[in-house]
Design a protein around this ligand. Structure first.
Ligand SMILES: O=P(O)(O)OC[C@H]1O[C@H](OP(=O)(O)OP(=O)(O)O)[C@H](O)[C@@H]1O
Ligand code: HPA
Ligand SMILES: [Mg+2]
Length: 173
């Protein structure tokens, strides 16, 4: 179901183009570059895959691990959080364990529930997202742009080109 067909979770829309997402993910890499060297990235699939690729390229990080968490259904509701794939023991054990030397990447933090689970798995890791909403912000070490809690972020991989009716026709039909 598309967000247009469904009742979205938040009334305000923040659409992000590929170009803007690339700039914001690069800005995240610039900010992270000042924090030292990471041995590995753990990206939270699926949303974290795209920013992780951009940050890994910029910071020359070659060990990329995934942790799979899913919770939102059809863009309309957040259900039980499901851990679909755990982090490998080798990555947890890097630099003495508990995620030390690991950079966790996700596209955004919203309620913070996903971040909480991954932080508990890797308490010494650095948690970075491109976007953050107020409820989840305390769980993130580094992010680029904050949007209000009543805003839904539309990522470029969820969108396509569509006809836009002229403003003069909107709401008049
Ligand atoms: O802070 P929270 O309220 O927990 O929400 C944030 C999470 O929700 C989205 O993932 P989703 O569960 O939709 O899965 P996906 O990454 O596979 O799209 C997003 O990519 C974050 O991982
Ligand atoms: O605002 C959002 N946009 C896309 N996916 C999400 N998952 C949680 N919040 C969001
Ligand atoms: Mg996700």
């Amino acid at each position: 179901m598309s967000p247009q067909e469904a009742q979205p979770l938040a009334p305000k829309a923040f659409p992000v183009s590929w170009d803007q997402f690339h700039r914001d993910a690069r800005a995240l890499a610039w900010r992270l570059a000042g924090h030292g060297e990471w041995k590995a990235i753990v990206c939270i699939t699926r949303g974290g895959l795209v920013p992780a690729a951009i940050v890994a390229r910029e910071l020359n990080i070659r060990i990329i691990e995934t942790v799979g968490i899913a919770s939102y259904h059809d863009y309309t509701s957040q259900g039980e959080l499901q851990v679909i794939k755990e982090v490998s023991r080798e990555v947890v054990a890097l630099e003495g364990g508990e995620g030390a030397g690991v950079l966790i990447i996700d596209d955004l933090v919203d309620t913070g529930k996903t971040a909480r689970i991954v932080r508990d798995m890797l308490p010494k890791a650095h948690f970075a997202t491109v976007y953050a909403k107020p409820k989840g912000r305390p769980l993130v070490d580094t992010f680029i742009t904050e949007v209000s809690q009543d805003t839904w972020i539309y990522f470029p991989w969820d969108m396509g080109f569509a006809f836009q009716p002229p403003i003069s026709r909107q709401g008049n039909d």
